[in-house]
Design a protein around this ligand. Structure first.
Ligand code: TYM
Length: 340
């Protein structure tokens, strides 16, 4: 199997039960757009979720939730291969091989590990799944020899590590088995800010705006968002640039003249935060109306999602097994898989 200039791969971890607008604009929307021009492989990284979720019911709920979200948002099984990581054993098998071409020192510099260490300041509380996570991610990617990996900014370091591992492997065997994948990260929306106005939107930070939650939940998330911290009352002139509520308006509000008018009034101290947020809530409901309706429909017929994943597992498995065979041959493991 060779790298095609058009093959794209990406994944998502079901660490929560549904996606937020940061996931959507930073990753899912660009991924879905690529369905029309590229050969696309997208997967649910269920094994990755074990780094944080050790409750069976929660894990199952999250996996189903995120699968339905993806399909409702526009994943088209006629255009994309959509599958579950655990359905393709080659991911775990290649990970075992790849760990030998990356050094412990480099792994210690990975953000996910360093952030956790900073938070807990205790190596005893970091499981090896989290430490090794970027190696599994490298296996996820390299199995498919993609040209590009569309993700948000927070995944850049993982793709760089993947490139390093691929280079180390190729060099060790004087081969070009692994083409180096490109990170495809949007400058504008690769890092959507959270409602705290400080950090990246992230489920674990509790600063998200959801997509499929009940209206009351979404409204509350929007209403509690930070705006301009220097503006004390509605008659104070406010700053629009970098203000999370206006960033979200730019993303969600299809009524451009309404957004311009709100900005003008905000700068002049002629509109209150509540009105700006209420209009944002309405824009959110318009933007995701059809996805939300489709999600409801899918919930009542889970067979549709099951069939998509079953077909995806077969198609992804074929490609992945080919690469694994090639890797085994390259490193000198002749077994039942490749001893033909
Ligand atoms: P995950 O599940 O944390 O996030 C899914 C995707 O959403 C992007 N994202 C964001 N983009 C912009 N702004 C934000 N606030 C924001 N929050 C999340 C992420 O960058 C990601 O693209 N390790 C990956 C999953 C994975 C994977 C892979 C991805 C596993 N194997 C192989 C690509 C290739 C993760 O946990 O993403």
């Amino acid at each position: 199997m060779t790298q095609t200039n058009k093959r794209i791969l990406s994944g998502i971890t079901p660490s929560g039960s549904s996606l937020h607008i940061g996931n959507y604009f930073g990753a899912v929307k660009p991924q879905l757009e690529l369905q029309n021009t590229a050969e696309t492989y997208y997967f649910m990284a269920d094994l990755h979720a074990l780094t944080t979720i050790h409750d069976k019911e929660t894990l199952e709920k999250n996996i189903t939730g995120v699968v339905l979200d993806y399909i409702a948002l526009g994943l088209d099984p006629a255009k994309s291969v959509f599958f579950r990581q655990s359905d393709v054993p080659a991911h775990s098998q290649l990970m075992v091989v790849l760990g030998n071409y990356v050094m412990y020192g480099q792994m210690q510099r990975m953000h996910a590990f360093k952030d956790k260490l900073q938070k807990d300041a205790n190596e005893e509380s970091i499981n090896m799944g989290l430490f090794n996570y970027p190696i599994l991610m490298a296996a996820d990617i390299l199995l498919y020899k993609p040209y590009g990996v569309p993700v948000g900014e927070d995944q850049r370091q993982h793709i760089e590590l993947t490139r390093d591992i691929a280079e180390n492997f190729n060099k060790a065997y004087q081969t070009d088995v692994f083409p180096l994948p490109e990170p495809l990260i949007s400058k504008e929306v690769g890092k959507v800010v959270g409602t705290d106005g400080q950090r990246k939107m992230s489920k674990s930070l509790g600063n998200t705006i959801g997509i499929f939650e009940d209206e009351a939940v979404i409204r509350k998330q929007i209403m509690s968002s930070f705006t301009d911290p220097n503006r004390k009352k509605a008659t104070d002139p406010g700053t629009v640039e970098g203000n999370p509520v206006f960033i979200y308006h730019e993303l969600l509000n299809d009524n451009a003249s309404e957004v311009e008018e709100l900005k003008t009034r905000y700068r002049a101290g002629k509109v209150g935060d509540v009105e700006v947020k209420e209009k944002l809530f309405q824009a959110h409901q318009r933007y995701f109306a059809s996805a939300r309706a489709k999600r409801k429909e899918l919930e009542s017929n889970l067979e549709v999602a099951r069939d998509i994943l079953a077909d995806g597992a077969l198609r992804a498995g074929k490609l992945a097994t080919e690469t694994l065979e090639e890797v085994y041959r390259t490193i000198g493991i002749r077994n039942q898989l490749n001893n033909k």
